[in-house]
Design a protein around this ligand. Structure first.
Ligand code: LLP
Length: 421
């Protein structure tokens, strides 16, 4: 359910007009709905309520500390992939005992910080990482709780740039090497095995790949237990897709996903961990932008926005589809035009969408790019010296800037010209 809706012909975020936000905060700006974040969290929580489960929100999807604090209040933990994300999650009030640390390249500094915080578990992705973690834990005179991230060699569909569960991907321990990896881990003095972990990809829109991975995971858990390993938890990662386009096939409902997993794991006495990111945050946010110019070319019409690929890179990087519409509703039957919707950055790739039919747009019109709450602001950069854009959180009829827009001066403060230049 989305809380971006029209009222008197104007799009609102909950009870706040997007016009008001544009006027008071400026554009481009990310706008998140607290009610939608809450609702998505609770839908997922309900979907997995038959299991002993932890929801570790995948911080990479949206790492604003206000968003994390809101989710923490609802009971969420965090899946982090860097020391920076760990700091954010802790600062936002996520208990260390609900934090898992994933990623193929954890440094010893990051491991130390996570061990000092006493996080729930490390999802270990390689043998060299295991040895580094053992050594780091030994130096701190402590023990690291681990799950190996298992690469089940399952095709998850989705975009090639975000699929992770095939043997040729860089992620995890290949499933055929899992038994020897666990045997090795068991022999190390400062490692405690607690479970297994899997994350097969993102924006997955059918249950089949999850089912295939789940079956392999359960089989592995049984084998490992038979060899004497104390496997208590199964981290099943994230990856459940969301609708980006109302006309497209919609991904399976969380309830069906939850039911499938609950049925497959019944009686196994496992604590399940889930790492949803997009599902919680994706449709809880929009990118609000203003039309700078409308350019009528001889073969194309262009809406040139003040937002660009540096603000939301998904269309340029993954050919991602985002639903786009004006903030002001036009009457039914009003004439439409076909547009390419682009940003001002000097690259043809700076295109949000091609061949979209929209009502006549004029300079100054506000435009909404939907489904931008996950992998939007977090993947932004300052290409073309375009400062990072602000983030706003709406709740009911109030809103607050939860990340400020830096000035060009702020950006330049971090650079300097050596004397010898
Ligand atoms: N757990 C791990 C270990 C992950 O690597 C990811 C996402 C997740 C959980 C959360 O997956 P989700 O539930 O959000 O699908 N930037 C891309 C998506 C990259 C996903 C990376 N890993 C995009 O904009 O589509």
């Amino acid at each position: 359910m989305r809380h971006f809706h029209f009222q008197d012909g104007q799009m609102m975020a909950e009870n706040v007009s997007l016009h008001t936000i544009a006027d008071e905060v400026g554009t481009p700006v990310y706008v998140y709905s607290a009610a939608t974040l809450k609702r998505h969290y609770q839908v997922f929580e309900q979907a997995i309520s038959d299991m002993d489960a932890l929801i570790a929100f995948s911080v990479k999807a949206n790492s604003n500390i206000a968003v994390l604090a809101l989710l923490a209040k609802l009971g969420a933990g965090a899946d982090v992939v860097s020391g920076g994300e760990l700091t954010r999650a802790l600062m936002a009030g996520m208990p260390a005992q609900k934090i898992v640390f994933s990623g193929v390249g954890k440094t010893m500094d990051e491991m130390r910080a996570a061990l000092e915080a006493d996080i729930l578990q490390f999802n270990v992705e390689s043998m060299p990482e295991l040895y580094a973690l053992d050594a780091t834990a030994r130096a701190l005179n402590t023990t690291a709780r681990i799950a190996f991230r298992i690469n089940p060699d399952v095709s998850a569909g989705g975009h090639a740039k975000i699929t992770t569960g095939k043997a040729e991907n860089k992620f995890g321990i290949n499933i055929d090497q899992a038994e020897s990896a666990y045997a090795e881990a068991a022999s190390l003095g400062n490692i405690e095995i607690v479970g297994i972990d899997m994350h097969i990809g993102s924006q997955i829109d059918t249950l089949a790949p999850f089912k295939a991975a789940l079956t392999k995971g359960i089989e592995l858990i049984k084998t490992l237990r038979a060899s004497g390993h104390n496997i208590r938890s199964y981290d099943f990662g994230g990856g459940l897709g969301i609708p980006y386009n109302e006309d497209e096939n919609t991904p399976p409902l969380p309830a069906l996903y939850g039911q499938m997993i609950a049925e497959a794991t019944i009686g196994l006495d496992l604590k399940m961990i889930f790492e949803p990111g997009r599902l919680i945050a994706g449709n809880a946010g929009i990118l609000l932008s203003k039309t700078v110019y409308v350019k009528k070319g001889s073969v194309r019409n262009f809406i040139i926005l003040d937002a660009a690929m540096n603000d939301l890179i998904r269309p340029a990087l993954y050919d991602a589809h985002h639903h786009i519409e004006p903030v002001t509703l036009t009457e039914n039957g009003a004439p439409t035009q076909t547009y390419d919707i682009v940003g001002p950055v000097c690259e043809t790739g700076d295109t949000f969408a091609k061949h979209r039919d929209l009502p006549e747009i004029s300079a100054g019109d506000l435009i909404v790019i939907h489904s931008a709450g996950a992998y939007g602001a977090v993947q932004a950069g300052q290409y073309n010296t375009r400062p990072l854009i602000p983030e706003v959180l709406v709740s009911g009829d109030k809103y607050e800037i939860i990340r400020e827009r830096p000035s060009v001066e702020d950006i330049l403060k971090t650079e300097h010209i050596p004397d010898w230049v």
